[in-house]
Design a protein. Structure first.
Length: 263
């Protein structure tokens, strides 16, 4: 997508192309506590025509399983998703960023080293707020393995001012990640407008595609408007597989996205 002097790139997450001139793609979380639950949820995403990406939230896993069992499950899901022209995104979300992972930075690094070494997914989500050295090592490893990175930032308390969001996005864009993600908590109608303004600014000034959304009830409109106020990805639920407040069902999101399809 070209706006102003910037050509925003399209990237491939497995079999799925996002960003550029592509319409907003829908990612659906897999939040199972056991491998059996995760596999069943993955099959539901595969059967859902609206969902393009399955996001495996490994921080929801409470079952103790071997690395070999995780590898076998991941390879099966990747193959099934690829056959349906869909992709698998792996995420370990820390408690500080709204997830369930309670380990320290070193444990976080080991989780992602396992994900990358065993090629468990088509892409990974990496938290921008993670320890700088850990973040550097994960970005380096993902680059060597040609594994796309979604660099993410969450604020469950507020929506930063527009100037602060621009500064944050510029800092994130300076890192070797392929897609940027911002999820914030709007507290007013003005906050919603700030999210839209940030999306519009990013389309003019950043080369990487951006996924941006608001959480909670006020943020719902931002989850279905990505074809107007550019957002490469949105996150929606299949069944009751919610991973953030304000997520809407995939079929509803797909219908509204199509209604506001880009010209």
């Amino acid at each position: 997508m070209r706006r102003g002097n910037v050509m925003q790139t399209a990237i491939n997450l497995g079999a799925v192309t996002v960003g550029g001139l592509e319409p907003t793609k829908i990612a659906a979380p897999l939040t199972g506590a056991t491998l059996a639950e995760v596999r069943a949820q993955c099959q539901a995403v595969i059967a859902d025509p609206a969902a393009a990406i399955a996001e495996w939230r490994l921080d929801y896993m409470t079952e103790t399983v071997s690395d070999a069992a995780i590898f076998k499950a991941a390879q099966g899901m990747k193959m099934d998703l690829k056959a349906a022209n869909k992709a698998l995104l792996a995420t370990v979300r820390t408690q500080a960023q709204g997830g369930n992972f309670s380990g320290d930075a070193e444990a976080y690094l080991k989780q992602y080293q396992l994900i990358l070494r065993q090629e468990l997914s088509d892409a990974i989500d990496l938290e921008y707020t993670m320890d700088h050295e850990v973040r550097r090592q994960i970005l380096k490893a993902s680059g060597l393995l040609s594994r796309p990175v979604i660099l993410s930032y969450h604020d469950f308390e507020r929506t930063p001012k527009l100037a602060d969001l621009k500064e944050l996005l510029q800092e994130m864009a300076a890192l070797p990640a392929q897609l940027l993600k911002i999820a914030v908590q709007p507290r007013s109608r003005q906050d919603v407008l700030t999210i839209f303004e940030a999306a519009d600014w990013a389309a003019d000034h950043l080369q990487q595609p951006l996924a941006i959304m608001g959480m909670g009830n006020l943020g719902k409109i931002t989850r279905v408007s990505g074809n107007i106020f550019p957002s490469a990805l949105t996150f929606a639920s299949v069944g009751q597989q919610l991973s953030a407040p304000g997520q809407l069902p995939t079929d509803f999101v797909a219908k509204v996205l199509q209604t506001f399809e880009r010209n």
